[in-house]
Design a protein. Structure first.
Length: 193
């Protein structure tokens, strides 16, 4: 169950088992996560095949025979269209050079940081005109409140369960739309004589 809290340093809601765990600590993103870069280019993926995912600005763009990150990591589009977009990348995967790869350090949880980054004000750190950019050296200074690793785990599990439920409903909705389209084609056939 989630309880309502009225302490300034705590979120408005917490799981009851963590009510007595004390205040969340204020941290900078750069204190709890590290960034790595990639030299993989979009053009360099041509004619490559494999089983390990490569992520670009639009999500999964290819599969190749090697990977750069063994663990789950966060991809953030750092250049061009979609700058500031955040995505969770699977273990044993890579990102192309137009994305930063962010991983939690110490006892912090990458998935918790991902969910926090989904609502973080990254747009405040976008610079440039024709080709916008965002740099880790700037957005790593964003401050947020961080719970214990156990509470991070509980929050991430809860939000991941909701993501799975949303995905299941989206797949069902897509199937219903395909079914509707098929029925409409049968009910209103094209008159092509």
């Amino acid at each position: 169950m989630i309880a309502t809290i009225k302490n300034k340093l705590l979120p408005k809601r917490r799981f009851r088992e963590f009510n007595q765990d004390g205040d969340w600590e204020e941290k900078k993103l750069g204190d709890v996560a590290k960034k790595t870069s990639s030299s993989i280019t979009f053009n360099g993926l041509e004619n490559k095949t494999g089983t390990f995912p490569v992520y670009g600005a639009s999500g999964l763009i290819a599969k190749i025979s090697e990977y750069t990150s063994r663990e789950e990591h966060i991809g953030i589009v750092k250049d061009g269209s979609g700058v500031g977009r955040v995505m969770l990348c699977s273990p044993m995967s890579s990102v192309i050079g137009t994305l930063d790869s962010i991983k939690a350090n110490n006892n912090n949880l990458t998935r918790f940081i991902y969910y926090w980054l989904m609502q973080a004000p990254l747009n405040l750190y976008i610079i440039g005109g024709a080709i916008p950019h965002i740099y880790f050296k700037d957005y790593s200074k964003i401050k947020f409140y961080l719970p214990s690793s156990k509470e991070q785990q509980k929050i991430a599990e809860c939000l991941s369960s909701l993501d799975e439920l949303i995905e299941a409903h989206n797949q069902k909705l897509q199937a219903l739309n395909r079914h509707k389209k098929g029925l409409m084609q049968q009910l209103f056939p094209n008159n092509q004589n």
